[in-house]
Write a protein that binds this ligand. Structure first.
Ligand code: FAD
Length: 623
């Protein structure tokens, strides 16, 4: 007789949020069940098999520092790596890779299957089991009941999913997968504010039908960046190139000719799409004066013929897709293997969540990923990990972990969602972080590994490697701080070549690194200083920390000032109608957003510094 085991945590959905959530809960020692539609689609990439990019790469490295999976899988599956913004400052440098989607999924599955404390079961969840306002388990399509102390819901684009290709539309969670309609109906019965969003994907192309010699080739970067703190270039599979083509006046004419049959322009789609990843028809309409858009042609895998033409996401009818693809250089004879499509789906307004990602309406129920209004694998992974951490902390009676905005992009992401909500798919950018010099990719490990260790997410091997790196950085900083170079010590031509100027006073070697032209590598060429450390990550830290010390210090002071306001709590029962002097607009916004702290209140658009002072006065008087 089958008696379902009772778990501490159940995670629903095996996408990017769900897999990180399940692993994190299990790594923390909680008995965990991952329930998903199909074990073969664990870690499936619904759209482009690419990981990272500006802001997103930062999230991947943070998930990695907390012992997560995404960076490891990207290293094992990445077939084209680049460092974006490599000529700009370290705050905005970002790693991106094109992954082999089959390899990626295989790594995700392998890691999940090896994780102690984690069971995986293939079944759709149709219902939640409730005890008053608290979730206590789930019911699957077969009617099986699984009980748990906490549930993390990560069902992506599947809730009430509807796929559109031209004026044809049908139910689906993504191409090839069923939607989650029963669960969507059930959640709509609960007091969650449900809205609709939309996203889209381009048609895929058979590489055997592409004229590569006419295309611009884009090889990956050398030396190749590595995602995971524990990874190395040896983890990477063989590498391949991407290519570039572009749309032209004829492509745009074809698109304009098809607009009357576009579900977006015919008013069939109601959901709002991602502003920063618009469909090609949107680009042609919105930027009518441009007669060309660049299209990056990215491989889907080493053993696949399919190519992802990045930049022509579309829900135009298939005959229009066929023509528009064939109007571009190199694609004259291209064959489409899968049509592009748009998908509309339910999401829950994230303002109804706590910073721990627990829902305000149902206790011990946590939401993560696309259902919170975000878009992207990385945003989903980061939320999944955080939701699971807080689910485990909650059932252990511990306080939640809510990273601050100056600690992690994870903190920026969650705070933006919860304080401001979103009306369009939210994606991460470095520009969303006000303290971005503190939140670099290169220091994600230094910012978060210790916290990860404390939470039980970081294993001994990573912890040891981290401690060794920290020690090596400190030693090298000390060594360079003790080397003094005096005017005349260096040959004149060496001074000009390496330091860019004459040395006019005694200077410590560390100080030389603050000069714009001096790098760690060039510094090591000076007599008596090299050869330096062999580990390029240690060298990078020594250089960045010295070069940006002044700016970093200033940001830390700003953070300290902001933290004082941030930490003032706003009681849940606070009646904004009673706060004297607030305008009715500010009152309405505060009542609607219900910020938890004064800092959050100050970030709500329209809440002025004067309004936050009035709040502070009210709190001092009455609370
Ligand atoms: P998903 O990856 O969607 O995973 C959800 C998981 O839940 C799946 O495993 C599913 O089988 C499972 N599931 C669903 N319902 C149930 C249930 N009732 N019971 C059990 N299991 C269930 N992102 C971008 O950044 N850029 C883009 O251009 C982009 N384009 C996209 C285009 C399309 C067509 C789609 C579908 C997605 C696109 N995305 C894009 C979004 C990206 O795929 C998601 O942000 C990311 O996959 C979200 O991760 P997730 O874990 O929240 O959900």
């Amino acid at each position: 007789m089958f008696h379902p085991k009772t778990y501490q945590v159940i995670v629903i959905g095996g996408g990017h949020a769900g897999t990180e959530a399940a692993l994190a809960a299990a790594r923390m020692g909680a008995s965990t069940l991952l329930l998903t539609h199909n074990i073969d689609t664990l870690g499936a990439m619904s759209c482009n098999p690419a990981i990272g990019g500006i802001g997103k790469g930062h999230l991947v490295k943070e998930v990695d520092a907390l012992g997560g999976l995404m960076a490891h899988a990207a290293d094992k599956a990445g077939i084209h790596f680049r460092t974006l913004n490599s000529r700009k400052g370290p705050a905005v440098r970002a790693t991106r890779c094109q992954a082999d989607r089959v390899l990626y999924k295989a790594v995700v599955r392998e890691v999940l299957e090896q994780q102690p404390n984690l069971d995986i079961f293939q079944q759709a969840v149709d219902d939640l089991i409730m005890d008053g306002d608290r979730v206590t388990g789930v019911v699957t399509r077969m009617g099986l009941k699984f009980h748990a102390e906490a549930v993390v819901l990560t069902v992506g684009t599947f809730l009430g999913g509807r796929i559109h290709i031209g004026l044809e539309n049908y139910e689906g969670g993504r191409a090839g997968d069923p939607p989650s309609n029963a669960l969507s109906r059930r959640l709509r019965e609960l007091p969650f504010p449900v809205e609709r969003l939309k996203t889209g994907t381009p048609p895929r192309i058979d590489s055997r039908t592409v004229d590569f010699p006419v295309l611009e080739e884009q090889p990956g970067d050398e030396p190749r960046p590595v995602f995971s703190f524990m990874g190395s270039r040896e983890d990477h599979p063989p590498q391949t190139s991407c290519y570039i083509t572009c749309t032209n006046a004829q492509t745009h004419d074809i698109i304009r000719g098809g607009l009357s049959r576009s579900p977006m322009y015919a008013g069939v789609i109601e959901g709002v799409g991602p502003r920063y990843c618009p469909s090609i028809e949107d680009k042609v309409v919105r930027f009518a004066d441009r007669d060309s858009h660049q299209i990056f042609i990215e491989p889907e895998g080493l053993t696949s013929n399919e190519l992802y033409p990045n930049g022509i996401s579309t829900s135009l009818p298939f005959d229009v897709q066929w023509e528009l693809v064939r109007s571009m250089a190199g694609f004259e004879n291209a064959r489409i293997t899968r049509p592009g499509y748009a998908i509309e789906y339910d999401f829950f307004n994230p303002r109804e969540l706590r910073h721990s990602l627990e829902t305000r309406h149902v206790e011990n129920l946590f939401f993560a990923g696309q259902i919170n209004g975000t878009t992207g694998y990385e945003e989903a992974a980061a939320q999944g990990l955080l939701a699971a951490v807080n689910a485990v902390l909650k059932i252990r009676g511990a306080s939640p972990w809510c990273p601050r905005r100056d600690e992690a992009y994870l903190g920026v992401l969650v705070d933006d969602l919860i304080t401001l909500g979103t009306r369009e798919p939210y994606r991460m950018f470095t520009s969303r972080a006000e303290h971005r010099l503190l939140l670099r990719e290169d220091n994600a490990d230094l910012r978060l590994t210790e916290k990860g260790r404390e939470l039980g997410l970081v294993d001994d091997a990573r912890w040891q490697a981290f401690c060794q790196k920290q020690e090596a950085i400190a030693q090298e900083q000390q060594r360079l701080g003790s080397i003094i170079i005096r005017p005349g010590d260096l040959a004149v031509d060496m001074e000009q070549e390496i330091l860019g100027d004459t040395l006019r006073r005694e200077t410590r070697a560390t100080e030389l690194l603050t000069r714009p032209v001096v790098t760690y590598e060039t510094l090591m060429q000076l007599p008596g200083i090299g050869p330096g450390v062999a580990d390029e990550k240690v060298a990078e830290q020594v250089e960045i920390q010295a070069k940006y010390a002044g700016y970093i210090e200033r940001q830390k002071e700003e953070v300290e000032r902001a933290r004082q306001a941030e930490s003032v709590a706003l009681p849940e029962e606070l009646d904004y109608g009673q706060v004297k002097g607030l305008s009715s607009e500010v009152r309405e916004k505060l009542s609607r957003h219900r910020p938890q702290t004064l800092g959050q209140a100050s970030r709500i658009p329209g809440v002025t510094p004067a309004a936050t002072s009035l709040l502070l006065i009210h709190l001092k008087k009455h609370m």
